[in-house]
Ligand binder design. Structure first.
Ligand code: FEO
Length: 398
């Protein structure tokens, strides 16, 4: 099979993106990408030629090479920008300098962003929801998706192929030679899709539900969902139903115990709590943030109903590793969580209370007052921690 055939997504539609095996962080170091990522661009080869999305600028030549294997890029008629963010628009200037007669198709908000990012003198064609461009056998249909995840975000749909190109929606950060979910490890894809949802889309969960319901009302037939990162879904119901669950705040009856410790006192408390949680038949996971991946912890928080945040006190506040995690959580606003805080102190307390304050601001329903211990926990205090874990587990089971 030729590489072009291996990258065939639908009749006349080809993946012409790039694989970034090396990227390890995204969005200003807030999101780790240990598996790398792809920047997916799609070429529609019809009577007219259309390129949907592009790639991050350092990968321009990789994309152009893939396009040249299929068509002469000078002959591209339309370049669609579903989203202004640089990882998808970085190669626009290069492709438009080759495809000199191409229209740059995007919505008004995207045009605004592209102008402010690139200052290009480009031939724009502004579209809105419901607008179409006929290419021959295939039609590009546009569906704006504001705040999923930027104001300019847009989906392109090709009804003749039952193909949805939703840009960042339904993506995962995975670098691979495979293009389709079924050719990869599906459990890994779902894990990465959950991490992506939790860290990028979770605060827009209400809009996610509305957009999926809108697609259902439009009765769009969708056989394939080809996002702008990672692998392509040929069984779209799996990711659509997962998005609806995550957006609704449905989670496993389990508790994430996330903490940091200075001289092990808070750690001992965390472990006693987990014993209490497990004794109630509820699962738990311990994550010490100083040695763990923060964006994985955000994913786990989304997937588990309960959260216990623990910290030793330093300077009347939290240990530094706790702060970015809880601040992220506050911004991401997870739904339907129950939780509490805990921690040790030496003279003045304050760490556990500071953690509780941010949990509240993140929308977590606080189900117990913070439990605190001076210096090392005694056997009696560890029993209190065990009971605290049991109490929280009983709330998670409700
Ligand atoms: Fe919103 Fe993949 O960029």
């Amino acid at each position: 099979m030729s590489s072009a055939e291996a990258n065939k997504v639908a009749e006349g539609v080809y993946w012409v993106g790039a694989v970034d095996w090396d990227v390890r962080t995204f969005h200003g170091y807030t999101y780790t990408t240990p598996r790398g990522t792809t920047y997916n661009a799609y070429l529609v080869k019809d009577e007219k030629l259309a390129l949907v999305d592009s790639v991050y600028a350092p990968f321009t030549s990789e994309m152009l090479k893939r396009i040249r294997a299929l068509v002469d890029p000078e002959k591209i008629d339309y370049v669609v920008a579903n989203h202004v963010e640089t990882d998808h628009s970085g190669a626009l200037a290069a492709i438009l300098s080759v495809a000199k007669n191409a229209k740059l198709v995007c919505n008004a908000r995207c045009k605004d962003g592209l102008e402010k990012n690139y200052y290009g003198n480009w031939d724009y064609q502004i579209v809105k929801t419901g607008d179409t461009i006929r290419l021959g056998r295939n039609t590009l249909t546009f569906i704006e998706a504001p705040m999923l995840h930027w104001p300019d975000s847009m989906f392109t749909y090709i009804p003749e192929q039952e193909l949805l190109l939703p840009n960042d929606g339904f993506g995962q950060h995975i670098a691979s030679c495979e293009r389709f979910v079924e050719d990869y490890d599906e459990a890994v894809v779902m894990q990465e899709a959950a991490k992506y949802y939790a860290n990028i889309l979770m605060p827009m969960s209400g809009l996610v539900i509305k957009k999926i319901e809108e697609l259902q009302k439009l009765k769009l037939s969708i056989r394939t969902i080809a996002p702008s990162h990672g692998l392509i879904w040929r069984k779209p119901e799996k990711i659509l139903s997962a998005y609806l669950r995550w957006a609704a705040g449905e989670a496993e009856k389990a508790v994430l115990v996330v903490y940091d410790t200075m001289w092990t006192a808070t750690e001992k408390m965390a472990h006693a709590m987990v014993e209490g949680i497990v004794s109630e038949g509820v699962s738990a996971k311990i994550t010490r943030l100083a040695v763990s991946d923060r964006s994985d912890a955000i994913r786990d928080c989304m997937l588990m109903k309960g959260i216990l945040a623990g910290t030793s006190t330093i300077n009347r506040g939290m240990l530094p590793a706790m702060v970015p995690f809880l601040e992220d959580l506050k911004g991401l606003q997870p739904r339907e969580k129950v939780g509490a805080s805990f921690g040790s102190y030496g003279w003045s307390g304050g760490g556990a209370e500071a953690a509780e304050k941010i949990l509240r601001e993140a929308g977590v329903k606080i189900v117990a007052k913070p439990i605190t211990v001076k210096f090392m926990p005694s056997a009696e205090e560890l029993k209190r921690c065990y009971d605290f874990g049991r109490d929280v587990a009983s709330k998670v089971k409700e």
